[in-house]
Design a protein around this ligand. Sequence first.
Ligand code: JHZ
Length: 411
Amino acid sequence: MTMEKKDLRCRSCGSLNLETVLDLGRMPLADALLTEDELNSPEAAYPLEAAFCTDCSLLQITETVPPEMLFCKKYPYYSSFSDELLRHSRENALELIESRGLDEKSLAVEIASNDGYLLKNFVEKDIPCLGIDPAEGPAESAEKIGVPTICAFFNAELASQLTGIGKRADVIIANNVLAHVADVRGFLAGVRTLLKEDGIASIEVPYVRDLIDNCEFDTIYHEHLCYFSATSVDRLLRTNGLYLNSVKRIPIHGGSLRLYVGRKDEPDAAVKSLLEEERERGLGDISYYNEFAAKVNNVKSGLTYILSMLREQGASIAAYGAAAKGATLINYVGLGKETIDFVVDRNIHKQGRFMPGVRIPISGPERLLHEQPDYVLILAWNFAEEIMAQQEEYRARGGKFILPIPEWKIA
Ligand code: JHZ
């Protein structure tokens, strides 16, 4: 909830030295898609401001919306609607099974296991696994496909309960969740408790360097509290008794880091060289982030210009992907129903709902061929290739795609 600015402390090191680098104003919750009934009620909006800690170099947002409001009952995000993400997750699972020699005596735990998109690969190989996720719909879907799932937030207490019943993990997977956790210390204490002495945690986080370099400002929303570099995450882990022992840059979600984390301090050459590279590039210095706000503003004016010009020429425009990042983009740029006729998404749990804030209706992708809009703005730009490949027919009939970042382009 909103705190007095003077009381704000860094989520990692507790410092008061937070400098604002981007202020997106008040924004609705990105995954709070509206039902038709809710269109009659006003919507809550919360400040969305990114600040840089000049002590530990963590970029973070200043507002903490209670996690129960973000992730529980109506959470519409299901991981299994992207083939690319399924492929990526399968490789992640198979690599861990192979490199750690996992078998029927092992235990793999996934935190934020969503609809079982990743753990199903362990089930398939008869490797015991356990998913943990607070979102009810996705957790139910996981159970349905045979992935044992606890529907709860992961924290130190849950970790102790699990060890209390004899469960300790050889592998903990935590993809796209570390940045979502308000009590990050409690979360990491739980990881440390649950992980076997020689176990490994495989953690994926969006990489702040890709966020800044490619102007991926729309990945900033209330679910994402932190935006990590190797430098800032190394420090956070270290102060919580965990160690960054290997790291990889991976392309998923516009550029992420996969962190291999253990209970002993054994960094490999990849960690040392990435930390060095970040030092050379200045990721630990606020000057790296200083021009970001101006670049974001340019994206806004560029998109406003092109889309209003196309509209004036009589073009029809739809959007692809009722993604959380799409909600930030269209609300910040101010693209309402006067510009975008409808949004399409494969996720059946999103269809029939409305984008938060701007309240544009969400339909299934087949609507693109039914209505053949002149342009489709790709809000889920991280899956642009997959989406355009699926929409070959729309293109063959003369449809065009617009990519919004790092600056708009027609594809
Ligand atoms: P996608 C989510 O963000 C939420 P979002 C969360 N906060 C997070 O951290 C990131 O993921 C990692 C649809 N789609 O995955 C599916 C199609 O319709 O970029 C999704 O609704 N057809 C946990 O929501 C949306 O697009 C397709 O072919 O920004 C993509 O959303 C494909 C590939 C996707 O994440």
